[in-house]
Write a protein that binds this ligand. Sequence first.
Ligand SMILES: [Zn+2]
Length: 180
Amino acid sequence: MNYPCAVIQDLLPLYCDGVCSEESSRAIEEHLPQCPQCRACLEAMKKSEQTFPSAVEEEKKAASFRRLKKKLKQRQILMGAGCVALAALVLLVTSAALKNIRRTVEYEDNIQVTMEKSGLVSQLEGTVWNTCASVTLETREGNCLFFCFTDTVWDDLVTGDQTYSHYILCPADKGAGEIQ
Ligand SMILES: [Zn+2]
């Protein structure tokens, strides 16, 4: 049975997508060899489908691209946060390590010793010290008080080693105090 061209051409889009019934397909396949017009129609349809993917396809591609972009952005944010956290950790570990590198601060050249009412007072001029430890030793001349001043590499970086300070030592208190 031969169908009119209009009916065949109505069916062609379904045929092209491979979704039309067996009966319709048979009708089209019988009609096409005898009708150059409908053949041209089918050719044009196939061609346009190749060159212009359907809007649905385009939307699918756009959506997957958007998802990919979102994923990349999330990854970037995560990586950024990770980098900041890592940098903070490195700084923390480094500063802790530098604070542990303790060095002795030498005052031997610039100690002034004077006798005051409270006892012997030593005035020091030199680089800033971070901690002070003292020990009293009994000698034949009497009690001898030793002070050990230390600072850390971290102090160097933070305060600089050119800073001068005055400190006063009072053996009577076995301590050290800043007078300025
Ligand atoms: Zn036809």
